[in-house]
Every structure is written in structure tokens, then in C-alpha cells.
Design a protein around this ligand. Structure first.
Ligand code: GLC
Ligand code: GLC
Length: 658
């Protein structure tokens, strides 16, 4: 953000006025001069930006300066309380800001309760995480939440208290430290768009405290809710129509974008911004390396708009970012914006979210499996993959949420696809309603008015393993396993941090038992959040078992990725393969170069030798996956769902098969 001269002056003056008192308190609390100097240097660097953002957001409010001062106190106190090991990490990360671009990065996500029960037990799985090669572990929300339905923990009642069934905040902090010592970064959610209706702030609002009623968006009658709803999208239409919930106890309407017990916060109120900034700093000091910013699109409301992706949403996140740079420099943000690709992009920058889910790649990889064609994927990525430097995609195949078809309509039209019809087809395909589909999935949040829907299902079930196992047909099982490995091969090589949903590395199938639990039955996403499958885990080294075949293939690719400098960072150049079933791209880092080709169909496919010669200097390639030589003077045939990672080899290697 560019500041004009006047704002620059105002920023400098504000800091001059505030800093002496902050420093006095710092010293009174026993802070050392060196510790202060580091803090003050970062503050001086970030202050104009932070001040400018907050001035734009809150400058017209009478108590702006009060909040500014309180915020600075909180930042200094938080830095002072930051554990020594995290300050060391801060220094290391400031010296190596691109650490997350490494080819050694690999993420995974899990629910503690479903995976192993408690934080204590999770420690027993650290050897497994290392066996996989994880450097990033996202624990799904594990904070205090309402009993019963709490949206899988996304309704937080207290950001400083772990759900007592899982453990304590002290155990979480110890685990964070232990993981970091093993090279694994802890990732947690920052659920900052809403709190649960049992959070202290919400309770005070319910009790009639006007200060806390202003923390939320609460209305005495339908006039404003009706006005807003004229332009809002319904996110959970099968939970409740509209975006507001009537509270009989308060005789008021409350803004609830998601479930009725998830109350949207009012970020137009500077007290809310400051309160959440303090919760963020608390989480940073627990030892979180990456905060996943939940539901970023929804945090700012403006009448007459969709209330998604408003400009102020960016200002708020940038202000959080500036605060983190000062008081917890190691902390990174990952954006969870599962929206139109242009909007996804708008959250990604070193000053906002350095990391972002890549929902477009995710959805379009499934699209290629359904259509056996790569034209939409290749066209969309050709102008939507490149990120600003200092940023990275988190590439995933599915998450704890549904899969939505968030591609751009014009991208579809540009390659001759009718977007509406195509989404209908993809929903039918992945819910198994399309004749000949290999997939087993369930619809999520079908909207009776718009015909919209999304899809639930585990990776393996959506890729056909469930049907194949049921049929007992070894050929079908083989194809399903190939699809699973193929999808992973792409997120492991295309550029960015690959993210696994733990269980998928073993081919975990849908778990339909959620319908027996009344707190889950109405939410089909539970079909793809099954408990850990210990039997499959025990079979992982048995190459004759299905889990073993998947696990073996994936861990080989992971090892390969770890030693390929061409795979670091995110620069990727798409390749015209002249075969509509073959996806191709080049990865390069300095002298290291890798050509990836992937056949997304169950028929053998051929690419011309010419193509290979364009991308390699010599007469031979080595396919690092099969460890075979590939001569560049003849056509290359890829088997069903085969992929190759080709390294140019100027000379033929005498001892290697072709
Ligand atoms: C995010 C979460 C999702 C949750 C929603 C509300 O999209 O990923 O699981 O339902 O936010 O917090
Ligand atoms: C997210 C997304 C939506 C997703 C939902 C969770 O914020 O915008 O597409 O389905 O919340 O399920």
C-alpha cells in the first residue's frame, strides 16, 4: 500500500507519541534492550503500512487512537512473552524467507479426535509423519466448541482453550515445539470470520451488553437482513435458508453465514479487529508456524453486494499480516478462499497471505479424470498459476470440505465447454449418477432454487476404488490405484506445497456411518472424514495389499521429489502436448529441468518425439519414475494413467533399460 506524504507524517507522529510509553512498560516488565531493539526495528519498518491500513479502516471512528495504542501494547507484550525457541525460529525464517519453497516441503492434515483421540497420542505418530516426509501438519480445529454439532470445530467458543477431550493448551504448545524439532511446522486454523454462539463475546451479547452486541451483526427486525439477502449467496442452504438466524432469547436476527450457531463478527468495529488480533498473537505464541485463515472471503459486509471479497477484507488481513511481521515474524498465513479464481488470487501476496489453497487445480484435476481431457485444466492454468514471488500454492486433491466447481465460466467457454451444463455433469459424475462413472460420492448443499451442488467423498472413493473393490475386478482396482497415484504425482510436482489428507495415502474409502450420528447426519462432508484406519496403516509396507500399493507408490514419489531441485519454488511452464488426454509441464530451477507428462485417460496415449526434442537438449531423457531411458527421436507412449518425470540426459546411460 502506498501512503501519501500526509499519512506518512501522521504515522510517524502517532508512533512518536505512543512509543515511549510502550517502551517504558516493556522495560518495567523486565525486557532486555536487545529484545526491545529487535521489536522496535520491525515496528519502525511495518508501522507506516499498519497505520495506513487501520486509518483507512477505522480512522473515522472516535476511539481510533485508543485502539491503536491498545494494539501496540498487545503487540509488545506478546513479543515479550514469545518463547525463546520461537524467537529463534523468527530469526531463522527472517534470514530465509523462502524456506517454504523447498522441494522438501510436504503437508498433511488430520482431525486429532478422528486420527488418534488426543494430543498426547498424536506424539506416537511423529515417526509415521517422518516416514512420510511431512514438514507441515495441519491439525483441524481443536479448540473449545459447543457440544454436538460444531461444524467440525469451526465454531470456536474459546481460542485459548483446547477442547478438553483432546488435551490442554500446554500440551498443544509442547507438541508444537516437539514437531518443530522434528522439522514439522504446525498449522492451525484462525477461524476469525465468526465465533460460536457460546463464545464469551456472544454470551455477553445475548445477555444484552451493547458493547458486545456490536461485536456481531444483530438486527431488531427483517428490514436490513432482507435488504442484504437480495444480493447474498447462500452458503449452507440445506441448513437454513438465508444468512440470518432468529434468536428467540434476544428477539433479534443475527448474521450467520454458515451454521446458525456460527455468528459472523463485525469487523467494522475496531474493537473486534483488536480482540481478534490478540487471539492471533496468542496462537502465534503457542507455536503455530502457519495460520490457515478460514473463510477469508466473508469478513466484510457491504449492502448491495455479495458481501464476499470486499476490499476491506484485504485491508484487514494485511493489517493482521503487518502485526505478525512485528510481533511473531515467523508466522505465515494461508488463505482459505474457495471462490472464483480471480478472487482466490486477490488474497495472495507477501503482504497478505503468503500461502493459499489452490482450489482451481484441485477441482480441475477431478474434471480431467471425469472427462479424460486436459483442455480446461491447461487453459485455466496457463493464465492462473503464476504467483507473486514470495508466495506459494498449497496443492491438494481434497480437503475436509466438499469439492466445488470453482472454475471461471469464460475459461470454460474459451475451450468450447458450457459452464453450467459442465457443472451439472461433474456433479452427476462424482455422485455416481452419471452412467459409467467410476466415482462414489455424495451431493453437498444442493440448492433447490439454483440447482447448484458440491460433492463430498474421499479421494479413493471419488477415484473409483470403492466401486472397484466392491466389484472385485482386479483391472478396475488397478485403474483406480493408478488414478490415485496420478493425481498425487501432479500435486507433488507442479509447483507449491503438496498437501495430503491423512488416510488418502492408504486409499481410505468413504465412511457412511456418519448418518447414524444426529449431530452429523445432515452434513455429508462427514463421509470423507473417517477415523484412522489402523488395519490399512499396518498393511502399508505390504506390496500385495491395496494400501501398500498406494502407500508404496506415493512414498517413492515423495522421496524423488525431495531430491529434485527442479521442483522447488512454483515456476511452471505448460507444454502443448498435441494430445488432448496428456497434460504436460516443465519445471526448472537454474540448470535443473524436469518435463512432466501425464496421461489422464485409461487408454494408452502417444506424444510425438518432436515434443520431447523441444524440451531437452539431447537425444535421451531419463524417466525418474520408472527409471527408464526415453529416446527423444521417437514417439513416447504412455500407458493408462501413466505419468513420467523426464530429466534431459545429454548422453544415453549405458546401464539403464529403455
Ligand atoms: C471453512 C471451513 C469449513 C467451515 C466454514 C465455516 O470453509 O473449511 O469447514 O464449514 O469455513 O467455518
Ligand atoms: C467455504 C466455501 C464454500 C465451502 C464452505 C465449506 O468458505 O466458500 O464453497 O463449501 O465454505 O463447506
Amino acid at each position: 500500500m502506498q501512503l501519501d506524504d500526509r499519512t506518512q507524517r501522521q504515522a510517524a507522529q502517532a508512533l512518536q507519541r505512543l512509543l515511549p510509553r510502550i517502551q517504558q512498560e516493556f522495560v518495567a516488565r523486565g525486557g532486555t534492550p536487545a529484545d526491545w531493539d529487535g521489536f522496535a526495528a520491525r515496528l519502525n519498518r511495518e508501522w507506516p503500512r499498519l497505520f495506513g491500513l487501520l486509518l483507512r479502516l477505522y480512522g473515522t471512528q472516535y476511539d481510533f487512537f485508543y485502539h491503536l495504542e491498545q494494539l501496540l501494547h498487545a503487540m509488545a507484550a506478546s513479543w515479550q512473552a514469545r518463547p525463546a525457541w520461537l524467537k529463534q525460529l523468527d530469526a531463522a525464517r527472517e534470514a530465509d524467507p523462502d524456506w517454504f519453497q523447498s522441494e522438501r516441503m510436504l503437508g498433511a492434515m488430520l482431525y486429532v479426535d478422528r486420527f488418534c483421540g488426543t494430543l498426547q497420542r498424536l506424539r506416537d505418530f511423529v515417526p509415521y509423519f517422518k516416514e512420510l516426509g511431512l514438514t507441515y501438519l495441519h491439525l483441524m480445529p481443536l479448540f473449545d466448541a459447543p457440544a454436538g454439532n460444531n461444524d467440525g470445530g469451526y465454531a470456536v467458543s474459546n481460542y485459548r482453550k483446547v477442547d478438553p477431550r483432546l488435551g490442554t493448551i500446554e500440551e498443544l504448545a509442547a507438541l508444537a515445539h516437539e514437531l518443530q524439532a522434528e522439522g514439522i511446522n504446525l498449522v492451525l486454523d484462525f477461524v476469525f470470520n465468526h465465533t460460536s454462539d457460546e463464545h464469551e463475546w456472544a454470551r455477553r451479547a445475548q445477555a444484552g451488553d451493547p458493547e458486545y452486541q456490536e461485536f456481531y451483526l444483530i438486527f431488531p427486525d427483517r428490514s436490513l437482513p432482507d435488504a442484504y439477502e437480495r444480493t447474498l449467496r447462500e452458503i449452507f442452504p440445506s441448513v437454513r435458508r438465508g444468512s440470518f438466524t432468529w434468536r428467540a432469547d434476544m428477539q433479534r436476527w443475527v448474521w450467520t453465514t454458515f451454521n446458525s450457531f456460527q455468528w459472523d463478527l463485525n469487523y467494522a468495529n475496531p474493537a473486534v479487529f483488536r480482540a481478534m488480533a490478540e487471539e492471533m498473537l496468542f496462537l502465534a505464541n503457542v507455536g503455530v508456524a502457519v495460520l490457515r485463515l478460514d473463510a477469508v472471503a466473508f469478513i466484510w459486509k457491504r449492502l448491495g453486494t455479495s458481501c464476499e471479497n470486499q476490499p476491506e477484507a484485504h485491508l484487514i488481513i494485511q493489517a493482521f499480516n503487518a502485526i505478525a511481521r512485528v510481533a511473531a515474524p515467523a508466522l505465515l498465513f494461508k488463505s482459505e478462499a474457495i471462490v472464483h479464481p480471480d478472487d482466490v488470487m486477490s488474497y495472495i501476496s507477501p503482504q497478505e497471505c503468503q500461502l493459499s489453497y489452490n482450489p482451481l487445480l484441485m477441482a480441475l484435476l477431478w474434471e480431467t479424470l471425469a472427462t479424460r481431457q486436459v483442455r480446461l485444466l491447461a487453459h485455466a492454468l496457463s493464465h492462473r498459476f503464476r504467483l507473486p514471488s514470495g508466495c506459494a500454492w498449497v496443492n491438494y486433491l481434497r480437503s475436509h470440505d466438499d469439492i466445488g466447481w470453482t472454475f471461471d465460466d469464460n475459461d470454460a467457454r474459451a475451450v468450447g465447454i458450457d459452464p453450467w451444463g459442465h457443472r451439472q455433469f461433474l456433479n452427476a459424475f462424482y455422485t455416481g449418477r452419471f452412467p459409467g462413472s467410476f466415482a462414489s460420492g455424495l451431493p453437498f448443499q444442493e440448492n433447490p432454487d439454483t440447482g447448484d451442488a458440491r460433492v463430498s467423498g474421499t479421494l479413493a472413493s471419488l477415484a473409483g476404488l470403492e466401486r472397484a473393490l466392491r466389484s472385485g475386478d482386479p483391472g478396475a482396482i488397478d485403474l483406480a490405484i493408478r488414478r490415485i497415484v496420478l493425481l498425487h504425482s501432479i500435486i507433488l510436482s507442479i509447483g507449491g506445497i503438496p498437501l495430503l489428507y491423512l488416510g488418502d495415502e492408504l486409499g481410505t474409502l468413504n465412511d457412511y456411518s456418519y448418518v447414524n450420528d444426529p449431530t452429523k447426519a445432515a452434513d455429508s462432508r462427514w463421509v470423507h472424514r473417517p477415523p484412522r484406519n489402523q488395519a490399512a496403516l499396518d498393511q502399508r509396507h505390504d506390496p500385495a495389499s491395496v494400501p501398500g500399493r498406494i502407500f508404496g507408490a506415493l512414498t517413492r514419489l515423495i522421496r524423488l521429489r525431495q531430491r529434485l531441485p527442479a521442483l522447488r519454488d512454483g515456476a511452471m511452464e505448460l507444454v502443448r502436448t498435441d494430445n488432448e488426454h496428456v497434460f504436460g509441464y516443465v519445471r526448472q530451477d537454474g540448470a535443473h529441468r524436469l518435463l512432466v507428462l501425464a496421461n489422464v485417460s485409461e487408454q494408452p496415449q502417444t506424444v510425438e518425439g518432436n515434443l520431447l526434442r523441444m524440451y531437452g537438449p539431447g537425444i535421451h531423457f531419463i524417466d525418474l519414475v520408472s527409471e527408464r531411458q526415453v529416446p527423444a527421436h521417437q514417439a513416447l507412449t504412455l500407458q493408462p494413467y501413466q505419468f513420467v518425470w523426464l530429466e534431459p540426459a545429454p548422453w544415453a546411460a549405458a546401464d539403464m533399460p529403455t
